[in-house]
Ligand binder design. Structure first.
Ligand SMILES: Nc1ncnc2c1ncn2[C@@H]1O[C@H](COP(=O)(O)OP(=O)(O)OP(=O)(O)O)[C@@H](O)[C@H]1O
Length: 276
């Protein structure tokens, strides 16, 4: 159908009192503009002018507006993925006597986890629960050193996300250190860079201030995640380990890694990014 034909059909469809002004214009685009302008004006004045309301009712019978939502205003609506239960509700579900298994199943309601992810998560949480409120004790401590690897998209970060959520439920989110070798990778997990977290700097003048900040940062930590591990070479890992040992005031002869934190987790895939 040609544009003028469409235009005349459209004009015929309009209420009588609008036709005159619309017919004065020859362009279909201009007609549309006038039409919508008038309708929007009518929407705003429906209450004050009953005759306009009547006319609108007739016009809207062939329209795709949903009048139930009130004056055609679009309302924000929740979709399924937005319906996340409030923290308090999840804590109530969890109860006082929680275990790693019950904690994992509560978290899995919001963050889907497959069997492998769940078992890794339970292992980490069991350790975190066992060491809650315990000061470092080298004679008792058996560090959990974990390496989570797999191709991109296999759900490694999902485990991290679930652990953070679980610790948040327990009110122990602050006990997790999240770091990655680059700013972009650190951003992805809501953490800091490896260098910032461990005070690794080439600027010697800042050393004193950095040392006290790092000591405070690493106090009362239970779990450390190092994401994108393939981007760290052995030297950088060793430097980080050394800085952490100092920050946590660990005896230098101790065989424990990363300041003797209960859980040390490296995540990544050696087939992805090489050391930076
Ligand atoms: N068990 C699961 N059920 C449903 N979706 C999942 C599950 N595990 C992970 N996903 C989804 O799959 C996608 C990839 O997961 P994730 O980012 O954890 O992979 P990854 O192994 O960390 O990838 P990369 O190495 O690229 O960072 C994400 O959108 C995540 O939400």
């Amino acid at each position: 159908m040609s544009a003028p034909e469409k235009h005349s059909i459209f004009v015929n469809y309009l209420p009588e009192r609008w036709k005159a002004s619309v017919q004065e214009t020859s362009s279909p685009r201009a007609t549309h503009c006038i039409y919508w302008q008038r309708r929007l004006k009518c929407l705003a004045s429906t209450k004050e002018d009953p005759s306009t309301a009547e006319e609108l009712d007739i016009t809207f019978q062939q329209d795709d507006f949903d009048q139930d939502i009130g004056h055609g205003i679009l309302q924000p609506m929740l979709v399924n993925s937005d319906v996340v239960q409030p923290l308090q509700e999840r804590r109530f579900q969890l109860g006082e006597n929680h275990t790693a298994t019950s904690l994992a199943s509560v978290v899995a309601q919001d963050i889907p986890l497959n069997n492998k992810q769940q078992s890794v998560m339970k292992k980490i949480l069991a350790e975190a629960l066992a060491w809650a409120n315990h000061p470092y004790d080298a004679s008792r401590r058996n560090q959990l050193l974990l390496c989570i690897t797999g191709e991109g998209g296999t759900g490694k970060s999902q485990i991290l996300k679930a652990i953070v959520a679980a610790m948040h439920l327990l009110g122990r989110r602050d006990e997790i250190m999240l770091m990655a070798p680059t700013g972009a990778a650190a951003d992805m997990i809501g953490g800091n860079t490896y260098h910032t977290s461990l005070g690794i700097s080439i600027n010697r003048l800042q050393k004193g201030a950095t040392a006290s900040r790092i000591t405070r940062l690493w106090a009362h930590k239970t779990i450390v995640f190092i994401d994108e591990m393939s981007m760290l070479d052995l030297t950088m890992l060793s430097v980080g380990n050394h800085h952490c040992m100092i920050a946590r005031s660990l005896n230098r002869s101790s065989p424990d890694l990363f300041g003797g934190l209960a859980v040390v987790i490296l995540i990544g895939d050696f087939f992805q990014f090489p050391p930076v």
